[in-house]
Design a protein around this ligand. Structure first.
Ligand SMILES: [Zn+2]
Length: 379
């Protein structure tokens, strides 16, 4: 009977839903490849034309403040150059899938807000990288690890800001459910920070939920689209799953692994920058005008290395599912929630194995349902 829930998902998706889900998987692969090529094109244009060197000179050459200015200008130019690609994979694809509910102007405004936060965060990060490369040409590793650690903290802190910038939140108007969730948090040993229902439905048909730090408590943030469909029982399981991530300290682990991969990518870039010294008006790793090349090397490296982070994250997903089912032993609601999630996000329940291996940070729904059955049977 292991496949009853899976069959239900195929039924719920229908022929058209499944076709869209499979197309979405293809677009995921193309999106990743396009990003590498597009970033390479941007680096090539800026570097071979001599514009990167010219921009550095016009901003005052290499120095503490000119470097910061260069990094920020680079990030803004990159966001603008990326806009057509973002539009294609972020808007046009969503439009074709039927998940988009936003006019183009609203989408552009969201892009602008998120682009600015990202530009500042990564502008500061790359600034730090070049300061370190210049200050310790022979021994940059320890200081670089510090700069990467700051970036990881920045990414962690920026996440709730990014979500709030995109969706308006309203407190949950359901006392009974609030009391239920509070008990659930208590059982798991976490301080309950309430529920924020995100008004996502005005922008997207997709469903999602997450926990977000609120002072020293944790707030549940859930898309109204998802809450409307899965109800209180489903939400308890979704929250249980997210509490599992917290209980297992998955966030610090994921950020640590990601940080180590970034350091390796920067080491790779450092070697490449040594090789370009003296060409196209560039001065090697100490010259901030090499940032377009560094950025490209880092992007390509992370696109390949995500195989490792994704494998780790998938293993954490199983553990979080197990935790949720131990906290809320309701397999029927667990399976129902997956039917809704698959339908809302047009998930292919059984994507091509190599795509899952390379690009998915969650195991396929078919695998998760099977693992859940095993947990319940064993328990
Ligand atoms: Zn998860």
């Amino acid at each position: 009977m292991a496949n009853a829930a899976l069959e239900e998902i195929y039924r719920a998706l229908g022929e058209e839903g499944l076709r869209k889900a499979r197309w979405q998987e293809k677009m995921r692969v193309w999106g990743m490849l396009a990003q590498i090529i597009w970033t390479g094109l941007f680096a090539a244009i800026l570097t071979f034309s001599g514009w990167a060197a010219a921009l550095r000179d016009s901003l005052g050459g290499n120095g503490v403040w000119p470097d910061l200015l260069f990094a920020l200008v680079f990030m803004v130019l990159l966001s603008l150059f990326n806009l057509p690609l973002s539009w294609f994979f972020g808007y046009w694809v969503e439009q074709r899938l039927g998940t988009n509910r936003q006019p183009l102007t609203g989408w552009l405004l969201d892009q602008l807000k998120q682009g600015l936060i990202g530009a500042v965060l990564f502008g500061l990060f790359f600034w730090g990288v070049y300061l370190v490369f210049r200050a310790w040409p022979g021994g940059w590793l320890p200081a670089l690890a510090g700069v990467v650690a700051l970036l990881m903290i920045g990414i962690y802190l920026a996440q709730p800001i990014m979500i709030r910038a995109q969706f308006k939140a309203e407190p949950l108007d359901d006392e009974e459910l609030n009391a239920h969730l509070e008990r659930l948090f208590e059982k798991a040993g976490f301080a309950y920070g309430g529920v924020g229902v995100l008004r996502a439905g005005e922008k997207t048909a997709r469903g999602n939920a997450m926990l977000s730090p609120k002072g020293n408590k944790l707030e549940v943030l859930v898309f109204d689209t998802l809450l409307d469909e899965i109800g209180p029982e489903g939400l308890e399981l979704v929250v249980g799953h997210e509490l599992g991530h917290r209980a297992h300290k998955d966030w610090p682990w994921i950020l640590t692994i990601f940080g180590v991969l970034i350091i390796l990518g920067l080491a790779l870039a450092y070697a490449v920058l040594g090789w370009v010294a003296g060409r196209w008006g560039l001065g090697g790793p100490a010259d901030v005008a090499t940032l377009p090349i560094l950025y490209f090397v880092l992007t390509a490296w992370l696109a390949l290395a995500q195989v490792l982070t994704n494998a780790f994250m998938r293993s954490r997903e199983y553990a979080a599912d197990r935790y949720a089912l131990e906290l809320v032993p309701n397999l029927e609601a667990f399976e129902r929630t997956f039917v809704t999630l698959a339908q809302q996000n047009l998930s292919d329940p059984e994507p091509p194995e190599w795509v899952e291996f390379w690009l998915h940070d969650h195991p396929s729904i078919a695998r998760r349902l099977e693992a859940a059955r095993r947990v319940v049977q064993k328990g």
